[in-house]
Design a binder for this molecule. Sequence first.
Ligand code: ZN
Length: 280
Amino acid sequence: MNFEYPPHGGSDPGTVQNGLQEKDINLGVSLALGNLLSNQGHEVFYTRSTDIAVPLLQRSQVAASVNADLFLSIHVNSGGGQGVEAYYSITDSTPRLANVICDDIASLGFRNRGTKTRVGSNGDYYSVIRETVRLSNAKPYLVEMFFLDSSTDRGLYQQVGNQGLAQAIARAVNTVYRSDIGDQSSTGVYTVKAGDTLYSIARRYNTTVSAIRSLNGLTSNFIFVGQRLQIPSSQKVYTVRLGDTLYFIAKQFNTTVDRIMRDNNLSSNILSIGMQLVIM
Ligand SMILES: [Zn+2]
């Protein structure tokens, strides 16, 4: 289960620059991201889905009440810098998602400032991070996607839009969380080349235009060169857990031990924890 909260809102605009307001970008990216993640099989909740301000503590309480396992707080930065950075809790010893989000947003052209923690007088400096850890089981990450007061960053933002940023973050979430979810369909990523149409891509991957559109949250058939599209696929990826046997996994996926061994080129039925198996 995933959870996110579009920060600021209502009378609190966050950063404002050249007619762009942080609260609008946070909300736009968060809603686009929520759409993508729902289409990809995640359960998504919002602290706000319209232009209202939600008190800080209440945001963490929502995470607890829905028993979220992930809490994304998506911001735009300001103050004279450039690029993406992500904050994680000082209590988080495996903040891999923060790294992958930075990498994926940086792949759009933004500078990668990396991941950070920030300590305050009573633990994590940021209230949403501190209180979410205190009140819930969710891992909180605070992403500063780019700097609104950098004209370079604004230029990049105008190119990729809310949708481009949402796609990058969704890809990161799927990279880190998908492997834990045995029953999710795996997806491939395709980078659009000159001359491609959604129809030609769908044909090549034996899928449909509407399946690609819904997986990527596209509202029209418009695609552009360099755009990264997730491609639906019927195969699943399963990550081996403590106590699993091939027999148990085969039964769970309604297939056979022989079939799994053949599809994964296994020469013996010895499994190691964390090993990824493709289930056709
Ligand atoms: Zn902010």
